[in-house]
Design a binder for this molecule. Structure first.
Ligand SMILES: Cc1cc2nc3c(=O)[nH]c(=O)nc-3n(C[C@H](O)[C@H](O)[C@H](O)COP(=O)(O)O)c2cc1C
Length: 228
């Protein structure tokens, strides 16, 4: 295989190997690997190279502190307090895709569609970041808007691919921004920063039922128009 072909296959393999992991082993990622993957993610492009991402990574006692505070708030049924408004419901085929993804997760974990307590428990796992040993919170300065959010998305995918290359599982989690004040308070985040979302990460517990869930993707023609 040529060097070019090798690179293409490597990237395609990483893109396909990355999937959301929602069950983790407790062993932490070594500090030198943490530094490497976050350095790799920093290569992401951004509008005018402003690199608007401000990233707070929690491990050990800090992870437990945030996890406990978030889970307690969510379990109490408190009103959501996100820094950025939630999308709400999705229309048409976007809703169909959302439902399919949820079905795949519930089928994998054996949660029945009408079993509300089990669905609630399943959702609450989000706030414990699925018991991952680490989470990365992606914040932006408060002047940032939709363009900078797109930059942060590029950063996040770069980060998750770097993790995949190191054998580390991850799950992007909008839910980690649902109680933004809790996270900012627990981490003593300086004023002027807002939480966009978080990413749970660590080594995958391959026996965890949630990790059997698989999603598919729309056909190219359903998302992409080529103009000549
Ligand atoms: C910005 C973002 C936020 C997400 N939020 C959540 C979340 O709060 N909880 C969750 O379980 N999955 C969350 N996901 C994961 C998606 O459900 C998942 O990426 C999608 O279903 C495709 O599956 P895959 O990641 O396994 O390929 C999020 C993904 C992204 C990109």
């Amino acid at each position: 295989m040529s060097e070019d072909q090798n690179r293409i296959e490597t990237l395609d393999g990483l893109l396909r190997a990355r999937r959301s992991v929602r069950g983790f082993r407790p062993d932490p990622v070594p500090a030198d690997i943490l530094r490497r993957i976050f350095t790799m993610a920093g290569q992401a492009p951004s509008n005018c190279n402003v690199q608007p991402w401000v990233v707070h990574v929690v491990s050990g006692a800090a992870a437990e502190r945030v996890r406990t505070a978030l889970h307690d708030r969510a379990r109490a049924g408190a009103a959501l307090s996100p820094d950025y408004p939630l999308t709400g419901t999705y229309p048409g085929h976007y809703r169909t895709r959302q439902v399919e993804a949820a079905k795949a997760l519930f089928a994998a974990t054996g949660v029945a569609r009408d079993d509300l307590p089990a669905r609630t428990d399943s959702f609450l796992r989000n706030f414990r970041f699925f018991d991952a040993p680490h989470a990365a919170f992606i914040l932006m300065p408060d002047w940032a808007g939709i363009r900078e959010a797109a930059d942060c998305g590029m950063y996040a995918q770069s980060l998750m691919l770097a993790m995949t290359a190191h054998g580390i599982g991850s799950c992007a989690q909008g839910a980690l921004g649902h109680y933004a004040d809790v996270v900012r308070g627990a981490l003593d985040v300086p004023d002027g920063h807002r939480i966009l979302f978080g990413i749970a990460f660590g080594y995958e517990d391959e026996a965890h039922p949630a990790n059997k869930a698989r999603t598919d993707r729309a056909a190219l023609a359903d998302t992409t128009v080529f103009h000549d």
